[in-house]
Design a protein around this ligand. Structure first.
Ligand SMILES: [Zn+2]
Ligand SMILES: [Zn+2]
Length: 229
């Protein structure tokens, strides 16, 4: 059985996911490594137990503490190639707000973070069994070109910022599906969400807010998604 330990960081979530071995999904903003390691310890593990640091995408609130955590854990950092340049530069790229909050938040969201060279490139269809996790990587672009999701065999999915749960970054009504504050391509966001639903995802663990059920997302999509031409 896979166990999921959500970690609430300054604005984003990270997750310790424990199968045969523990992995870390996302790393928060810069300087959040102590909070993450405390959560890992609470789950019963030390930094050297981590088999993998998986980044759902290259934004500063998810990749910010990756360089430091790699140093402390010696675990490889995996990221889709399309977001590699972002972490090499330590800057978000092309943040396109989807609404007022994203626009207001842009100056903070665009802050720099420690650069690093990813150790592993994620390919769609890659399974994580060798890292102790029964699940598969799916390419789910739209928020960023290199956004990926980890779909566990049990149906839970870690979808990063493909969508958000709730209002004010997930503080209110975290189970309510919302568009992410930024999207590279909104149409592609909708396509990626539908891809996950079609693959049988049942519960979405997100970078902000959540978890959100597939049922709530299906209902929301029929309301917000523009009709296909
Ligand atoms: Zn993001
Ligand atoms: Zn985020």
């Amino acid at each position: 059985m896979t166990k999921i330990h959500p970690i609430r960081l300054t604005i984003a979530h990270a997750y310790v996911v424990v199968g045969e071995r523990p992995i870390l999904i996302d790393t928060g903003w810069p300087n959040e490594e102590a909070t993450i390691l405390a959560a890992l310890r609470a789950a019963g593990f030390g930094p050297r137990d981590l088999s993998l640091i998986l980044l759902t995408h290259g934004h500063s609130d998810h990749a910010g503490s990756a360089a430091e955590l790699r140093q402390l854990s010696q675990a490889p950092v995996a990221l889709h190639e399309a977001d590699h340049d972002m972490v090499r530069r330590g800057r978000n790229e092309h943040l396109q707000p989807t609404g007022l909050l994203g626009w207001l938040f842009s100056p903070i969201a665009n802050g720099p973070f420690p650069t690093f060279e990813p150790d592993l490139q994620l390919e769609p269809g890659d399974r994580l069994d060798k890292f102790g996790i029964a699940g598969e990587i799916l390419h789910t672009p739209g928020h960023t070109p290199g956004s990926v999701s980890l779909l566990l065999d049990s149906g839970e999915v870690f979808a990063g910022d493909l969508l958000m749960g709730g209002y004010l970054g997930g503080y209110l009504f975290p189970g309510t599906p919302q568009l992410p504050w930024y999207a590279d391509d909104l149409q592609v966001v909708y396509d990626s969400i539908e891809k996950l639903l079609a693959r049988g995802a049942t519960l979405f663990y997100l970078g902000h807010g959540g978890p959100v059920t597939a049922g709530a997302i299906e209902k929301w999509l029929t309301r917000v998604r523009p009709a296909r031409r």
